[in-house]
Design a binder for this molecule. Sequence first.
Ligand code: NAG
Ligand code: NAG
Ligand code: NAG
Ligand code: NAG
Ligand code: NAG
Ligand code: NAG
Ligand code: NAG
Ligand code: NAG
Length: 450
Amino acid sequence: MVKKETSLDLNPCSVLKRHHILVKFAVSLLLLGLAFRLLVSDSLTFSSPAVESPPPPTRVETNAIADSPLPSSLPVQVAAAGDSLANESQTVQNASVAGQCDLFVGDWVPDPSGPAYTNATCLDIEAHQNCMKNGRPDSGYLYWRWNPRACELPRFDPEKFIDLMKNKWWAFIGDSISRNHVQSFLCILSQVEQAVEVYHDEQYKSRRWHFPSHNFTLSVIWTPFLLKADVFEDINGVSSAETQLHLDKLDETWTEQYKNFDYAVIAGGKWYLKTAIYRENNTVTGCHYCPGKNLTEMSFEYAYRRALKLVLNFTMDSSHKAFVFLRTTTPDHFENGEWFSGGTCNRTEPFKEGQVDTKDVDTVMRGVEMEEFEQAASLGAENGVTLKLLDSTRMSLLRPDGHPGPYRQFQPFAKDKNAKVQNDCLHWCLPGPIDSWNDIVMEMVIRGPQ
Ligand SMILES: *[C@@H]1O[C@H](CO)[C@@H](O)[C@H](O)[C@H]1NC(C)=O
Ligand SMILES: *[C@@H]1O[C@H](CO)[C@@H](O)[C@H](O)[C@H]1NC(C)=O
Ligand SMILES: *[C@@H]1O[C@H](CO)[C@@H](O)[C@H](O)[C@H]1NC(C)=O
Ligand SMILES: *[C@@H]1O[C@H](CO)[C@@H](O)[C@H](O)[C@H]1NC(C)=O
Ligand SMILES: *[C@@H]1O[C@H](CO)[C@@H](O)[C@H](O)[C@H]1NC(C)=O
Ligand SMILES: *[C@@H]1O[C@H](CO)[C@@H](O)[C@H](O)[C@H]1NC(C)=O
Ligand SMILES: *[C@@H]1O[C@H](CO)[C@@H](O)[C@H](O)[C@H]1NC(C)=O
Ligand SMILES: *[C@@H]1O[C@H](CO)[C@@H](O)[C@H](O)[C@H]1NC(C)=O
């Protein structure tokens, strides 16, 4: 059995800088595998309404843990510990690039009109993100909209959108955040039409829906690394061996279907923080965080960059010309602790510019995304393929109030007001701020390739 601590991302810099944090870690190493189980490993069969809560962890026994583990990628916490709310020193970005309004430079402003759907009108909300149903007491987080500095961002217009999408096929390709995203999309569209599910895999991770009135097809494809990966995790996310990640091979789960897609929203990243043995040309070339293995340590940054190069080259070089969005990394908001040590996200309002800084891991990831995007976009342009950056990192960073927190569970405090409940400060409540990602997607579709 693989030791639990293999999930750690021990970046030497963060280790030195935050030595004290590691002391706490040592105590909690056993919890790590479980952490991934809940969020990143994403093994819950949430889509089946019968399953409200995950089965108790099997391998990670009853020590300390009952209340601690949380969904996020631990490494994110490691690197970020201590500065999660540091001041934003970055300069305010330029709101207007080449004469066109930058949709990602803006602020959250009050919006009394509230969300476009509720837990009663949308039946596609995953249990762990159905915050209202789960008893989240405050609702202020629903009354904000993203307001770009240099232009008006209209609300997603589902009627207009679905008219535009006659005979088209969309795919969301990635991990559990992509699924969170597709559910927001479905919920918004459910105002005009209830989608018919036409496919799901065994664990409801990959699914496909059809909107009969417009012959519009929508897929979500589970491929957390985007690359070919042999993952040895059971349904609880407990691994029996290290993931074998092929840095030179794309995951055929999505590439085989790619020629169908008119639009593809591709995203990844967080799974690269996990332990994995890296292979190229079928030969082990290194490893990310596997002490004791006598393998060359390689950074997640290296692997993620290789992945994006391959993914973007495949899509931009393809004879099939889709409209591709690359979505940037999504930030988490654990405060006053980590996922395993009581970290919470109980804020009820957005941050303002300057109140929060991007965590180290997200800075690195977004950096890789930006660089690979720039290169690939010009390759795409030569080949007549559109690549757009859905740069949602910063707008999302400003929404610490948008996560389920303890309300990933159904009525977590019903029996005991002081119950210790694991918090999810990575995924987003539905309805919630993630709906604004789709307002931007709609606007980008309307603007077109340009
Ligand atoms: C954060 O930055 C703002 C302006 O950039 C400054 O006014 C404020 O004092 C800073 N806060 C901290 C805690 O450094
Ligand atoms: C913003 O962009 C405009 C046009 O590209 C440029 O003229 C201006 O100097 C930029 N401002 C800043 C603060 O970078
Ligand atoms: C929706 O949430 C409310 C609480 O805001 C809850 O009373 C209701 O049962 C939920 N409805 C559904 C269909 O989940
Ligand atoms: C429906 O759309 C798909 C593309 O998504 C297309 O291949 C198919 O021919 C369309 N069906 C009809 C009846 O137009
Ligand atoms: C991959 O392996 C094959 C044979 O196993 C070899 O011929 C080839 O040169 C290798 N390629 C690289 C890039 O190492
Ligand atoms: C580690 O690997 C190197 C090269 O493969 C080998 O020479 C060395 O003996 C190994 N060390 C241990 C402790 O296995
Ligand atoms: C993209 O992949 C093709 C083969 O699929 C290769 O010929 C080309 O050099 C690659 N381009 C880049 C920029 O990596
Ligand atoms: C939020 O959580 C912190 C502990 O992490 C606690 O001290 C604070 O009282 C909480 N705030 C609210 C409004 O519940």
